[in-house]
Design a protein around this ligand. Structure first.
Ligand SMILES: Cc1ncc(COP(=O)(O)O)c(C=O)c1O
Length: 361
């Protein structure tokens, strides 16, 4: 079935629309539809907000020197390899302009904006469909055999919504085997995992993109960055808008990257929350929970349950989930659920229990 751009462009976390449609208060919704660190932003954020007020009257530093220097210290990359962006989104949408690509090849199901970014740049898109029976893991040999010179390949690592992760070795072997193709590796969720980043040994034909909105819980502030070979970064920068990052986001980014205590605490707490939530969800025979490498679960519902039904019943109880019908390669038998705090996860399982009892499954 063809997907219209509008349908593709639907995301999780759209609380205003959900609240208006269902006649509920936006503030009363527990949001399991966007996969954001449930611990919230760094504690220094309030002080940053207060101290930034005088700076609002000035333009941010055009070159974002301090922010790039903080990213450089955080990851050990040279500053010439770093381009910050207004969320990972700005960089994903800029990446198809780095070269003249003949085609974009995208493994699906995956984040729909990869397709949208290629389409907006006028690049034809083709898909590699991951096999459900293999938990949606990419079969690296089959995928590799589809790649042609001058392809743009975009891979989520971990991948949204399937939570799969290609190893750094697999990515490296793809990059070496296809030197005339270019690989965008979206590591927006990597900090939730214990997986090694591809950024430790970036081949020349790779652009690594990170979101800071998820792990550092600032989707409303917007921040991300890309790392790659300096000559590619010059091309990328040309496609980013001037002053795309506001001074508050830049300062919050620096403080977030420097707060290693917050980072390790978040990782430990989220691993615990994930384990407990997974154990509870797994008790429902009506659900198949796919293995996760991130802070969210892809779930398959047994008939007669559908994503639409679960969504309609949960939203009445003030709970938002991500329906998966607009992910290419998925349908209404799938939903995506983020992990949240212990009481919120308990509210979710209790609400789901009530719904499933009603359906006598
Ligand atoms: C896999 C993936 N990459 C990138 C983004 C965009 O992130 P940002 O908020 O930094 O623009 C999202 C948002 O949901 C995502 O799921």
């Amino acid at each position: 079935m063809p997907f219209s751009s509008d349908k593709l462009y639907h995301h999780g976390g759209n609380l205003r629309e959900l609240a208006d449609k269902n006649n509920i208060r936006r503030q009363s919704i527990i949001d399991f539809s966007a996969s954001i660190n449930p611990l919230g932003p760094i504690p220094e954020l309030n002080a940053i907000l207060d101290n930034s007020i005088p700076e609002i009257m000035h333009y941010p530093d055009y070159g974002y020197k301090e922010l790039r220097s903080a990213i450089s210290r955080f990851g050990g990359w040279d500053q010439s390899m770093i381009v910050p962006g207004n969320g990972a989104s700005e960089l994903i949408y800029a990446s198809p302009y780095i070269h003249e690509f003949k085609r974009a090849l995208i493994a699906v199901p995956s984040y729909n904006d990869y397709t949208e970014a290629a389409r907006r740049a006028g690049i034809p898109v083709e898909y590699y469909y991951c096999d459900e029976s293999n938990n949606f893991q990419i079969d690296i040999r089959a995928f590799s055999s589809m790649i042609r010179p001058h392809d743009l390949i975009i891979i989520g690592r971990p991948n949204n919504p399937t939570c799969t992760v290609l190893t750094t070795g697999e990515i490296e072997s793809l990059c070496i085997a296809h030197k005339e193709s270019y690989f965008v590796i979206d590591e927006s969720f990597i900090e939730f995992t214990s997986h090694e980043s591809i950024a430790g040994k970036l081949p020349d034909n790779v652009l690594m993109i990170r979101s800071m909105t998820k792990f550092y819980a600032i989707p409303g502030l917007r921040l991300g960055y890309a790392v790659g070979a300096p000559h590619h970064m010059c091309e990328l920068k040309k496609r980013c808008i001037p002053w795309g990052i506001n001074c508050i986001a830049a300062k919050t980014g620096i403080a977030s990257l420097e707060n290693s205590g917050y980072q390790s605490h978040s990782r430990e707490a989220i691993q615990r929350l994930l384990f407990n939530f997974f154990t509870k969800l797994n008790e429902f025979p009506e659900l198949r929970i796919y293995p996760t490498n991130s802070n969210f679960f892809l779930v398959k519902l047994q008939p007669p349950l559908t994503g639409e039904l679960i969504h309609r019943r949960l939203i009445c109880k003030g709970i938002a989930i991500r329906q998966c019908t607009n992910f290419i390669g998925l349908d209404d038998s799938y939903i995506r659920i983020a992990v949240r705090t212990e009481p919120e996860n308990a509210a979710f399982t209790s609400a789901l229990d009530d719904i499933l009892k009603d359906y006598g499954t």
